[in-house]
Design a protein around this ligand. Structure first.
Ligand code: 6PG
Length: 464
């Protein structure tokens, strides 16, 4: 059954997706909150204009499409989505599908999907460029609704060796959850890169161009990924106004729209450890406190950052980044596994890795091996999969050296150090939580398990 297509919301992502659809041969009716924008969009679509038609209101959009319809909502996440659903859903026929393609909180999508089998929550990754030429798409909703739109989404998705990077991961908010975790990994990966940049800039006094060259070289090895590739581009770029390296004129205050934070919140809710992701979110928060940091430096002076030139080799830095990057994925996939179990999604992690192999921001060569690792053994934690265990075993020494060097010289490396500590905890059978249990029992009679026999026990401390 072919669907007729509509799109509501012609912001950056909506406009790019509309052009992508038209480019792939689909006819499309578009609508925007300000009608004039929709008409101008079609007028400026050049060779693609014949495939596009603008209408003024959501009701016009529905009326202009023959059932069965698929309407893609590309409006800002939050209230605008609720408003659009409330307006459009009552006008739809039983075989129509409404797709929310924004960065919704999966809890909102879950709530919205509870009221209708016609809603697909679709995480779309890849920024404007991805949306225009092939994004990675993570879907959630009823299988019947997905089946209706899957051919269209598959046609506009990024492809990895011919396979479209679009899949359904379960009902309700499953797709938006996968997108949220994608962004959590994105935050961690970017923080790790920024911390290595800090070591090179502040520790070794490297100029941005040299740093860019190093990342470009790393992008030909195991680190090959979109974020490492664009790090080289950003570090190598010059400001057109001043001619200075662009990194030297960009203010060091990071923005965020909330998806990284949601990943940390959901991990806490599920009791899953994602320390590298949490450190990345915290780093962004501290970066935003520019005035506080100014006051701090005025009071305490700058850190004694200069490193001996041979403190860390380029190979050590590369190995450390490989290990820490793997840990970011380890955390993300552990969170997906836990959420899938809690929500009953039955999410195949290999499929998640496959959908992330092209089009999205965290695409990297490693993901192909991760897909293979999950296909081989879906239950095995990623850090124990042979290929990744081998990388981690090789990375832990350099990662320790990097974190220790950074800390000794006052260079903050919170995400690298969180990734390292997480790995160290995961490879330690005898942890220190026996002390926690002793303390809990001492002050609260919470009880503890013993190493030598089963059951709940208490310590020899006096009552009361
Ligand atoms: C993507 C990106 C995209 C965007 C996010 C994160 O997958 O294409 O994740 O969705 O970058 O909105 O943005 P913030 O850094 O502002 O949270």
């Amino acid at each position: 059954m072919t669907v007729s297509l509509g799109l509501s919301g012609l912001g950056t992502m909506g406009a790019a997706l509309a052009l992508n659809l038209a480019d792939k041969g689909f006819d499309l009716v578009v609508q925007n909150r300000t009608a004039e924008t929709a008409h101008r969009f079609v007028a400026e679509a050049g060779a693609l204009a014949p495939r596009l038609r603008a209408v003024d209101t959501p009701a016009d959009l529905v009326a202009a499409l023959a059932p069965p319809r698929a309407i893609l909502l590309m409006v800002p996440a939050g209230e605008a989505v609720d408003d659009a659903i409330a307006t459009i859903l009552p006008l739809l026929g039983p075989d129509d599908v409404l797709i929310d393609g924004g960065n919704a909180n999966f809890r909102d999508t879950k709530r919205r999907a509870a009221g209708t089998a016609q809603l697909i929550g679709l995480g779309v990754s890849g920024g404007e460029e991805g949306a225009r030429h092939g994004p990675s798409m993570m879907g959630g909703g009823e299988a019947m609704a997905w089946e209706r739109v899957a051919p269209v989404l598959g046609a506009i998705a990024a492809r990895y060796e011919g396979t479209p990077c679009a899949a359904r991961f379960g009902p309700g908010g499953a797709g938006h959850f996968v997108k949220t975790v994608h962004n959590g990994i994105e935050y961690a990966d970017m923080a790790l890169i920024a911390e290595i940049y800090g070591i090179l800039r502040d520790g070794f006094g490297w100029e941005p161009a040299r740093i860019g060259d190093l990342f470009a070289r790393w992008n030909t090895g195991p680190l090959k990924s979109y974020l490492v590739e664009i790090t080289a581009a950003v570090a190598g770029a010059a400001d057109t106004e001043t001619g200075r390296p662009i990194l030297d004129v960009i203010l060091d205050r990071a923005g965020q729209k909330g998806t990284g934070r949601w990943t940390a919140i959901e991990a806490q809710t599920l009791g899953v450890a994602v320390p590298a992701i949490e450190a990345a979110v915290a780093s962004r928060n501290v970066s935003a406190e520019l005035d506080l940091r100014r006051q701090g430096e005025a009071r305490f002076g700058p850190a004694p950052v200069h490193l001996p030139h041979d403190a860390l080799s380029e190979d050590e830095l590369e190995a450390a980044l490989i290990g820490a990057k793997i840990m970011a994925y380890v955390e993300g996939f552990a969170l997906l596994r836990a959420a899938s179990a809690a929500e009953g999604w039955g999410m195949p992690l290999g499929q998640v890795a496959r959908v992330w192999r092209a089009g999205c921001i965290i695409r990297s060569d490693m993901l192909n091996d991760m897909a293979a690792a999950f296909d081989e053994d879906a239950e095995r934690p990623l850090f124990l999969a042979p290929a990744f265990a081998e990388h981690l075993a090789g990375a832990v020494g350099p990662l320790r050296a990097l974190v220790a060097t950074g800390i000794r010289h006052g260079l903050s490396v919170p995400a690298l150090s969180a990734a390292l500590s997480h790995f160290e905890m995961l490879r330690t059978e005898r942890s220190t939580a026996n002390m926690l249990q002793g303390l809990r029992d001492y002050f609260g009679r919470h009880g503890f398990e013993r190493t030598d026999r089963a059951g709940a026990h208490h310590g020899p401390w006096a009552e009361g």
